[in-house]
Design a protein around this ligand. Structure first.
Ligand code: GLN
Length: 197
């Protein structure tokens, strides 16, 4: 069986995820393909879904307008791996902060996490940090106007933190990563994501 990964091509760093996911499949010795798509049927056919970073407000509007949101929810409930990075992690959350409410950003409400948009403020708009990511190890993480996870329910596993901010979390087959693993050459997070299948 050939493994199909859909990278939701609404807006944001789509191509980078496609390349990283392809590299991860290859390194795992798996047969498979990775498509950048905004087509409902293609998303429905996929075995795993990546929701990239970008502008959460824009991505939210597009995935709802194109009925992709429904397909992501369905896939998540069927146990398929779904990874949201940066803005994508915001969309996976059940609970948003005031900024998310004020902008009427419709969330997918799949993970029992509380997210805060642009959590690191202007001083630290973009930065890199060495993290210790559970299951993965030391990871050089790139943050760009990143959100943070402020709180999780007990069914959510915290994978990485910076100070009091949670920056990676897992709830069964769902991964919320507030940084950009696709902007490094390190495929380990993508490989971990695929291993959730
Ligand atoms: N600040 C963006 C948002 O809240 C996320 C930034 C990103 O995905 N790089 O939508």
């Amino acid at each position: 069986m050939s493994f199909l990964i859909a990278v939701i091509a609404a807006q944001g760093d789509v191509e980078e995820h496609v390349l990283m996911a392809r590299m991860a499949l290859k390194e795992l010795g798996m047969e498979g393909s990775v498509v950048a798509t905004i087509d409902k049927k293609e998303v429905a056919k996929s075995d795993a879904i990546i929701l990239p970073g970008g502008e959460s407000t824009t991505i939210s509007k597009l995935i709802h307008a194109k009925s992709i949101a429904e397909e992501i929810k369905k896939a998540a409930k069927e146990g398929k791996p779904v990874m949201g990075t940066c803005a994508g992690s915001i969309l996976l959350a059940k609970h948003g902060d005031k900024q998310i409410e004020r902008t009427n950003t419709e969330l997918l409400r799949l993970m029992d996490i509380w997210v805060k948009r642009n959590a690191f403020g202007r001083q630290r708009e973009s930065f890199q940090a060495k993290l210790n990511v559970k299951h993965v190890g030391e990871f050089e993480a790139v943050f760009i106007r990143a959100p943070a996870i402020m709180k999780v329910d007990s069914n959510v596993d915290i994978l990485a933190k910076i100070d009091d901010y949670i920056v990676a979390a897992q709830q069964d087959n769902l991964l919320a990563i507030t940084f950009h693993p696709e902007l490094t050459n390190d495929t380990r997070l993508h490989k971990y994501f695929i291993s959730l299948f």
